[in-house]
Design a protein around this ligand. Structure first.
Ligand SMILES: [Zn+2]
Length: 367
């Protein structure tokens, strides 16, 4: 057994950051989770019945609204029979009360066969040995382990969740080991519409067109009158591929660059486009989040700056010499009237974003 304060792969004095991970679990883990999910539903429905009872026959209870504590008292000592952890039962009671308040309902829907499986846990009941998570006496192997060393963050909670295809995932907050030294390189990133991103080094990352391909597949499936299950599967597959792609690209950038500066993607940029699907495709927000924690894991840093003037400023000399106005946005190249540098506008934009980031940092040190 591992000592509690020496997590896997960590040494004393290692810096850590806390992030939330979602890992798909191998299908062989499903049976014990399916069983626990049924027990979770049982507890949930019991809480629901108790709440109904409390509301309708108030004479038997002090309150018409049962608190988490009251539900915990009612479900106490049932964990062994149900095959659930005591903590899991507490989390169900807690979530039941939260959901009821949030939806402003007297009681909630019954959890049955159609409800997606859910098994909440307390992180302190989960261990990680470098390959798999152990919870309630069972090992759960993730399908793809992300790079880096991590360990369930103490004092937090998480859950196992099932998707509409019956696959299980673990959602867990983990401490990630931060690399001591980052590469001294730096890059600016212009998040785009046509391509996912343009880097200030001139590289372009093409946006995955999974949605478009997905749409074709969906259209075909609908014409062929495929079942909703099949259609859900097409959606889920596209979402997974997209996530996977974004993770890989973010990891590459974080590996290479110690300082990453990203534009904040002004709403005006979004307003100027009708390509809502491409925006979804590119998944900017998710991508920024990935860049940010992957940079931290490698000892680097990711900054977000206002990109309002990034298309109009020259990245070489800082002059306001770029194309102005909307119609000029179609121009791919322009040359600076001050320093005569020829720019590709998206690469220039990324360069300006990097300049802004460096200025922010410099401003921070001599202020
Ligand atoms: Zn210039």
């Amino acid at each position: 057994m591992r000592k509690k304060n020496v997590p896997f792969g960590f040494e004393e004095g290692d810096q850590r950051i806390t992030i939330v991970l979602k890992h798909r679990l191998r299908d062989k883990c499903a049976s014990s989770l399916n069983k626990q999910a049924r027990a979770v539903n049982f507890v949930w429905n019991y809480c629901n019945e108790a709440q109904k009872h409390a509301f309708e026959k108030r004479w038997a209870w002090k309150d018409k609204w049962l608190s988490t504590g009251a539900l915990e008292a009612l479900t106490a000592r049932s964990s062994k029979e149900l095959g659930l952890q005591g903590h899991t039962i507490q989390k169900i009671c807690d979530q039941y009360v939260r959901s009821r308040k949030q939806h402003k309902r007297r009681w909630l829907r019954f959890r049955g066969r159609k409800s997606l499986g859910w098994v909440p846990f307390s992180n302190d009941q989960v261990t990680f040995d470098g390959e798999a998570f152990t919870f309630n006496g069972v090992r759960y192997e993730p399908m793809h382990l992300r790079e880096g060393i991590f360990y369930p963050a103490s004092g937090m909670s998480g859950s196992f969740n099932q998707d509409s295809r019956g696959r299980w995932y673990i959602n867990i907050t983990v401490d990630v080991k931060v690399a001591a030294e980052a590469p001294v390189t730096r890059v600016g990133i212009d998040l785009g519409l046509k391509s996912l991103a343009t880097l200030s080094d001139g590289r372009e990352i093409e946006a995955p067109q999974f949605y478009r391909k997905n749409e074709l597949a969906l259209a075909t499936a609908q014409r062929a009158r495929k079942t909703p299950k099949k259609i859900r599967a097409i959606h889920a597959k596209a979402a997974n591929r997209r996530q996977d792609f974004l993770h890989k690209e973010a990891a590459k950038i974080a590996k290479e660059y110690g300082l990453i500066v990203v534009g904040d993607v002004s709403p005006s940029k979004l307003a100027k486009t009708t390509m809502a699907k491409s925006v979804l495709d590119a998944g900017w927000a998710g991508f920024k989040g990935m860049l940010s924690y992957k940079a931290l894991m490698r000892g680097g840093m990711c900054l977000e700056v206002n990109e309002a003037y990034s298309t109009q400023v020259c990245s070489a000399c800082g002059a306001f010499s770029g194309p102005k106005g909307l119609k000029d946005l179609g121009i791919r190249e322009w040359s600076c009237s001050e320093c005569e540098t020829v720019h590709r506008w998206d690469v220039n934009s990324a360069g300006v974003i990097l300049r802004c980031g460096l200025a922010t940092l410099a401003g921070g040190t001599h202020a």
